[in-house]
Write a protein of this length. Structure first.
Length: 336
């Protein structure tokens, strides 16, 4: 991976034709990676990725991120191997504990850290063509199991999605990246980077082996104020969940409760109106091209390796992607 990278991410709520059209559009521009989410009850990641892969020539592809407690590590490995056979720019795997599992009928993991450790071991074994190796405290897979399908020629990087120090430390031991989803806050980067560093030390890996990724809702438009207003409505959906995970944000609990109440009652516009521009800048990319360039540069300056611009990208998604590709990416590349 290069020192600094830029990627784009999509929600999995589209038709097959829409995924193909978006892949062709994104491929016009110099993105390093294209990610798709895996949030219940949306479509799981690999179907959309397989539709997009034939139409993307350069960027690597991957889910950001899959919960191994929703999709078994055996299936993650198998789908990744299939995707690797189509992707010209390579693949990666994003793993996360998963949010809102119980309310979608998925059992909450009793040992999430151990489960992700074992998932990585299972996936790595299968994709390297060796027998599965796991102590089986969470996942019981026979050590006789091998991948019965063509495996990728290159090692597949693994990213762990988390806001927490323990999983970031595990990534420092075993993964290649850590992603903080739903944050654009440079002040958060040093905290996660220190947890990663401690994991690297435990595993006797070189410092800086594991890169930090930060991504969030993105709304870019020539009209910066309209973009911010739309972004606030998007951010209101997840702010009550993620704001408390950021020890540097200082968001008042009463404000989060008011935002959550408005969202629960279907008043997203009113919920968004409670979010200040300053607070928005901590949890989303929003504004015109100048604003996004400034936000991304602040993250890179804080030590972030990859910035990911998330859905919906603009007031009009196609126009938003075009602004990212034509105005934001070239200026960030020049700054590198």
């Amino acid at each position: 991976m290069s020192n600094k990278e830029i990627s784009i991410a999509f929600q999995t709520d589209k038709s097959p034709g829409e995924y193909i059209a978006l892949a062709r559009l994104v491929d016009r521009y110099d993105f390093d990676a294209v990610s798709v989410y895996c949030d219940a009850p949306f479509q799981p990641s690999y179907g959309p990725l397989l539709l997009m892969a034939p139409h993307i020539q350069r960027a690597r592809l991957g889910p950001a991120a899959v919960s191994p407690f929703r999709i078994h590590p055996l299936d993650i490995a198998a789908d990744t191997a299939l995707l690797a056979g189509l992707s010209k720019g390579g693949v990666y795997i994003g793993l996360a504990r998963g949010a809102w599992l119980a309310e979608h009928g998925i059992q909450e993991p009793a040992r999430p850290i151990q489960g992700i450790r074992e998932a990585i071991q299972i996936i790595r074994s299968l994709l390297s063509g060796t027998p599965v190796e796991t102590d089986g405290k969470v996942f019981q897979v026979s050590k006789l199991v091998r991948a019965p399908y063509p495996i990728p020629q290159a090692k597949v990087p693994i990213m762990i999605g988390t806001w927490g120090a323990r999983l970031a430390g595990l990534a420092g031991e075993l993964a290649e990246e850590v992603k903080v989803g739903g944050s654009t806050n440079p002040a958060l980067a040093p905290i996660l980077m220190e947890a990663i560093r401690q994991g690297e030390e435990r595993a006797k890996r070189s410092r800086g082996t594991v890169g930090l990724v930060m991504g969030a809702v993105t709304v870019v438009d020539e009209d910066a104020q309209l973009a911010r207003r739309a972004a606030k409505e998007q951010v209101a959906l997840y702010l009550p969940v993620v704001a408390g995970l950021d020890p540097t944000a200082g968001v008042e609990p009463e404000l989060l409760q008011r935002i959550q109440l408005e969202v629960q009652q279907g008043r997203r516009q009113q919920a968004g109106a409670l979010i200040s521009d300053r607070l928005l800048e901590t949890f989303a990319f929003a504004g015109d091209a100048d604003d996004l360039v400034r936000q991304a540069q602040s993250l890179f300056a804080a030590g972030v390796q990859r910035v990911e611009f998330g859905t919906p990208h603009g007031l009009d998604p196609v126009e938003g992607i075009n602004i990212l590709g034509q105005q934001v990416l070239p200026r960030l590349r020049e700054a590198f």
